[in-house]
Design a protein around this ligand. Sequence first.
Ligand code: 6R9
Length: 607
Amino acid sequence: MNTRSTTEPWLLDYDVAVRAFDWTQAWDDLGGPPDAERGVNIADLALDRHVRAGRGDHVALRWIGRQADGVDEPVDLTYAMLASRTDRFASALRRHRFGPGTGVASLTGRIPDLYVSVLGTLKAHGVFTPLFSAFGPEPIAQRLRLGRIRVLVTTPLLYRRKVAQIIDQLPDLELVLICGATEDQTAGSTNRRTGGPRVVSLGSFLSDGSEAFEIGYTAPETPALLHFTSGTTGTPKGAVHVHGAVVTHHMTGRLVLDLHPDDVFWCTADPGWVTGTSYGIIAPLTNGVTSIVDEADFDAERWYRILERHRVDVFYTAPTAIRMLQRSGVELAAGFDFDALRLVASVGEPLDADAVHWCERVFGVPVLDTWWQTETGGIMIANYRSQPVRAGSMGRPLPGIEATLLARTADGELVLDADGSPVEIDDPDTSGELALRVGWPSMFRAYLDQDDRYRKAFVDGWYRSGDLARRDGDGYYWFVGRGDDVIKTAGHLIGPFEVESVLDEHPAVIETGVIGKPDATAGTIVKAFVVLAHDHEPTEELRRELLGHARARLGAAVAPREIEFVDALPHTRSGKIMRRLLKARELGEDEGDISALESAPERTERP
Ligand code: 6R9
């Protein structure tokens, strides 16, 4: 059966949808807008609502284990199964006296327990932080500390490799739940410890819970998720999201991803990043589809087998993944049948026109680019299935979303008019800072403990994205670049400062400047310029040692791929590293600026 031709898109005509849209109506699909009596709980809308509607037997998650036969022997979890397991998780949290607002984090691969922990926590009015399992001990410890996490869900392997060594640095952590562990495996960890958190198996924790949990009234502004994102300086920023955000997830799942209840949907992002939560957990479940979860890492053949074998209708992935598929060649793809595939979309990095056309050739459908951020919580700008795709463009704002471009000076400051208001750009094809009118439901509500940083993200009723973009005469937005030094590598945001701090710890290093270097597959890779102390020679051995140090502390996802030794780094008068000049040097641009590198101060001794 070819579903491609028979399913009518939810969004038929963009202009009509934009004119007709209103948020109150958007709630109707979820049982009506929340009020003083009817609250809104993401987990209730994602799971229990479907059980109440008689769809409990529908498969919610189709889990594909990492082993080779996983693709042919998936484990299906129905909406009813997830509803009762999350009840258990929620009631066990309460029984262990973890009340509303408790910070719970996960450090696991893509396994069913992760999904149970997220939704169980939301039922219990806790706040969930999913962490990426490829993080090293340093980013993990930092996020657990900043989020004041009290409960951590992890696996025996990740506990041993990454958590055990930092556990003494986490004063707020009270309980560690080990997935898939026997009591014997966890007993060692508990007994050896004197103070510190209790370490128990998730199984025994769940057996303390009961099968029916009363979620209770959840106000729309109740915090639900805490997602860390990277900035240019300082510690990562914890973006706080609330339960009421769910209407954006649901609505964008319909209007952009075009999710229909009988669809098989696959979002390849890890829940450790915002895409894997908003569109790997929330949007597919509120829309009642069957969601594929693959535990394994990227492998072109495996991915094609999953798309074919499970007749995936809707596929949401990232440009890096599409480039990796492209590299594996069309011959490999030609051996598979993708006739179920109705929609392919991507997010996270610029998607070039070539990738859009390649997908059209291989899958029979183009890739629809979508733009959003951790802070926006859900898709804000997109191409749509029913509209002509403008290859290379991020598309147009969602119904209900107002976007604009704010004029910037060469120094990156906003241009203000006589009243002190920012100047909006009306001319087509003129680049400016992409901004969104405040008030969409999934907007982040705070940077945890960083009110100043939060306030600075807004101006005159606009949220400033920090991205540079332009808009063509038909209202399509085109990505121009980031307005700051944050690095997007393989779709993941990395703050240069986090990487610099870890390299600077090494006794051979005086100072480090980290930038993103263009790369054919990952889009950008992390590159570090390192100034060595007097008594250290820039040898190949030292380079390898530093790469190893960074990998051990930061993890493979964050550590630099390249290190270059330099005599000095360029600084501003106030002493900040001018990463912009390092980038120019890397690209062989801007002769004038490069001389600044040479005239920078001499090596100094490590204080
Ligand atoms: C969802 C997510 C956000 C940053 C964003 C921008 C980049 C996202 C993009 C894109 C070009 C697109 N980005 N979508 N760049 N084209 N379609 O990725 O959130 O991890 O917070 O990253 O990603 O620079 O500002 P997050």
